[in-house]
Design a binder for this molecule. Structure first.
Ligand code: NDP
Length: 240
């Protein structure tokens, strides 16, 4: 134990969440890792880690994971509401079950996640919420319809929550990455959309590493509590 505060990450089993958990752990923080694939979180092999099998659609499961980790490591000082799915598709052909999944995980899951820690942060008058949006939460793409809707949702609630929490000394950072190399395309079931995405990605020379995003989050978090990076926008240089 290093004396550094506990940080929590949803979607910690792969991609940006796993990279962020690694970065904060390397900086000496105990970490609460939440996702459905516990084997993948265990494989990270992080010290002072509490692993919880959590589906972010389950508000009670998040609250329980936070309570269990806080009993070991003290209060959560940073929550990264990161878990999400990207069922990119032609809207006229898409199975509406994919809309439900994106709305439930990317929107309601983020609300469930911040709900579990907001009260404690207000009481302690400190804390940082990092909200996972996307470039697709700042501009729309024709084959990203509902995904863009969920990420615009994250932008909107984050700005509202930032205003609400500012007088309480709690920081809210919106994270808007462009193309990052992760497993996120595993959620794309429409072959035409997948092919178009891959072609566009190849044109820009590929995505950038999740470790770069993690370093930016750690950097924003590490600033004094009275300094807030309101939004992080990070893309491959060649992304339009
Ligand atoms: P990955 O697919 O590698 O990671 C997604 C993570 O979300 C996994 O750890 C997965 O864990 C978790 N997850 C998905 N559904 C649930 C659920 N119901 N409950 C709990 N955890 C869940 O992709 P990324 O790292 O890229 O994605 C992370 C976030 O980044 C997403 O919100 C995505 O929209 C966003 N993003 C990604 C970009 C990119 O180019 N990669 C660009 C912009 C934003 P498990 O399956 O084990 O539950």
């Amino acid at each position: 134990m290093t004396g550094k505060p506990l940080v929590a990450v949803t979607g910690a089993s792969s991609g940006i969440g796993a990279a962020t958990a690694r970065a904060f752990s390397a900086a000496g923080h105990p970490v609460l890792l939440m996702a459905r694939r516990t084997d993948r979180m265990a494989a990270l092999g992080l010290p002072d880690a509490h692993l919880a099998q959590v589906d972010v659609r389950d508000r009670a499961a998040i609250a329980q994971a936070v309570a269990d980790a806080e009993a070991k490591f003290g209060p959560v000082d940073m929550m990264f509401a990161n878990a999400g799915v990207a069922h990119l598709a032609d809207i006229s052909r898409q199975d509406p079950d994919e809309w439900d999944a994106m709305i439930d995980i990317n929107c309601k899951g983020v609300m469930n996640t911040v709900h579990a820690v907001m009260g404690g942060m207000i009481a302690r008058r400190r804390g940082t919420l990092v909200m996972m949006s996307s470039i697709a939460g700042r501009k729309v793409y024709p084959d990203h319809t509902v995904y863009c809707g969920t990420k615009f949702f994250v932008h909107a609630i984050s700005e509202s929550i930032r205003g609400y929490l500012a007088p309480h000394g709690v920081r809210v950072v919106v994270l808007s990455p462009g193309v990052i190399e992760t497993e996120v395309l595993g959620g794309v079931t429409d072959p035409d959309t997948l092919a178009a995405y891959r072609a566009n990605k190849a044109k820009m020379g590929g995505g950038i590493g999740a470790d770069i995003v993690a370093a930016l989050i750690l950097n924003a978090y590490s600033l004094p509590q009275n300094a807030l990076v309101q939004e992080i926008v990070i893309t491959p240089t060649a992304q339009e």
